[in-house]
Design a protein around this ligand. Structure first.
Ligand code: PEP
Ligand code: MN
Length: 337
C-alpha cells in the first residue's frame, strides 16, 4: 500500500503518521522527493481501513498495490481448493453439474426432473424454494415446503441439493441442504454472508448483477473470514447496455477468478442468457474457459414454468447437451464428481 503525502505537510504530522503505522507492525519505506513524499507500507494491509488514512489532513491519496482479500487469494493458497459437497467434489479437476428447475413447484415436477437430470449425468439437484422475484405479485416460492420436496428428492435419488437462502432467519430450514446458494441480489448482504460464515455447508455465491470481480471476491472473503472456507463462486452474467440477452455473460470473469483465487468457479449460462438456445454455446465456452462446473435450469414443462421458463431446457435437450459437453470436459481434464 502506498500513501501519498501532501506537499508542505508538517514534519511533526508526518512522523506522527509513520509512528502510528509502525505501531500496527507495518514496515515503512519512506521516499522523499522534491515534490512528493511517499510512504510505502509493507505487511498485511488487508485489515487497513483506507478511508481512515485518506481522511487524515496530510494525506493526498492512498493506493493499494495488493488485493484487499486474503483468504480467497491464490497468492496465499496456490493449489485449487476442492470442496466436498454432500459427497460430490468440486474443483481441482472435479466438475459439478447442478441442474433442476428455477423454482420448486410440486412433488411430481421434482421427482420427474430429478430422475431425468440424474440419468443425464447431473450430480446436483437445484431448485428455488425461496425466490427473489422482481415483482411482489410473482410466484414467491414454496418456502419450507419447497425445501421438504428437495430433501425428499435427495433421499429418494441420493443426489445432493443446492437451494437459495434469502434471509438470516431462514437458516434453520437449511440444516440438511448440501449447498446453500446466495443469489446475485444478496451478494452484498453482508450480515447474511457473516452468518453463513459460521456454518459448515459449502456456500455457492453468485456474482451480483452490477458487481466487479474484486467486490465478488470480497464477498467470498466475508464468508471465509467467518470460518467457512467452502465457497464456490458462480458467474451468472452482469448488467450491461445490451438488451438482447437477459444479462451479459462475463466469460473472462472465469479465468480471472481462477487466476486471482483458489476457490472453484462455476458458470450459470441460464440466468446469463435468459434464452434456452444460448445455454449450450455458453456452457461450452465456460468449460473451455476453465469453469469447475455449470448450473443449468431444466424444467419438464418450460412453457408452464412458474419462473424462468424461457431459459429452461427440457430434460430431453439437457440430455442431448450433456452428451456433447462431456467431450469438452474431457478436453479440459475435468470429470463429473
Ligand atoms: C437462481 O439461481 O434461481 C437465481 C435467482 O439466480 P440469480 O441470483 O443468479 O439471479
Ligand atoms: Mn431462475
Amino acid at each position: 500500500m502506498i500513501i501519498i503525502v501532501k506537499q508542505q505537510a508538517p514534519e511533526t504530522k508526518l512522523n506522527e503518521l509513520i509512528h502510528n503505522l509502525e505501531q500496527q507492525n507495518f514496515k515503512i519505506h519512506l521516499s522523499k522527493g522534491e515534490n512528493t513524499t511517499i510512504i510505502g507500507l509493507v505487511g498485511d494491509t488487508s485489515l487497513v481501513d483506507i478511508d481512515n488514512i485518506k481522511a487524515k489532513d496530510i494525506v493526498e491519496d492512498v493506493r493499494r498495490v495488493s488485493e484487499p482479500y486474503k483468504k480467497a487469494n491464490r497468492k496465499f493458497h496456490a493449489d485449487d481448493t476442492v470442496i466436498d459437497a454432500g459427497g460430490q467434489l468440486i474443483g481441482g479437476g472435479h466438475f459439478a453439474v447442478i441442474a433442476g428447475p428455477c423454482s420448486v413447484e410440486s412433488e411430481q415436477q421434482m421427482l420427474e426432473i430429478t430422475g431425468d437430470i440424474r440419468k443425464s449425468g447431473a450430480n446436483f439437484l437445484r431448485g428455488g424454494a425461496y425466490k427473489p422475484r422482481t415483482s411482489p405479485y410473482a410466484f414467491q416460492g414454496l418456502e419450507q415446503d419447497g425445501i421438504r420436496l428437495l430433501l425428499a428428492c435427495k433421499k429418494q435419488f441420493g443426489i445432493p441439493v443446492v437451494t437459495e437462502i434469502m434471509g438470516i432467519s431462514d437458516i434453520p430450514y437449511f440444516e440438511h441442504v448440501d449447498v446453500i446458494q446466495v443469489g446475485a441480489r444478496n451478494m452484498q448482504n453482508f450480515r447474511l454472508l457473516k452468518e453463513l460464515g459460521k456454518l459448515k455447508q459449502p456456500i455457492l455465491l453468485k456474482r451480483g448483477l452490477a458487481n466487479t470481480i474484486e467486490e465478488f471476491l470480497m464477498s467470498a472473503e466475508y464468508i471465509m473470514a467467518g470460518g467457512n472456507e467452502n465457497v464456490i463462486l458462480c458467474e451468472r452474467g452482469i448488467r450491461t447496455f445490451e438488451t438482447f440477452t437477459r444479462n451479459t455473460f462475463d466469460l473472462s470473469a472465469i479465468p480471472v477468478l481462477k487466476n486471482k483465487s483458489h476457490l472453484p468457479v462455476i458458470a450459470d449460462p441460464s440466468h446469463a442468457a435468459g434464452l434456452n438456445w444460448l445455454v449450450e454455446p455458453l456452457s461450452k465456452a465456460a468449460i473451455a474457459a476453465g469453469a469447475d462446473g455449470l448450473m443449468i435450469e431444466v424444467h419438464n414443462d418450460p412453457e408452464h414454468a412458474l419462473s424462468d421458463g424461457k431459459q429452461s431446457l427440457t430434460p430431453h435437450t439437457f440430455d442431448d447437451m450433456m452428451k456433447r459437453l462431456k467431450a469438452y470436459m474431457e478436453l479440459e481434464g475435468k470429470q463429473i464428481g
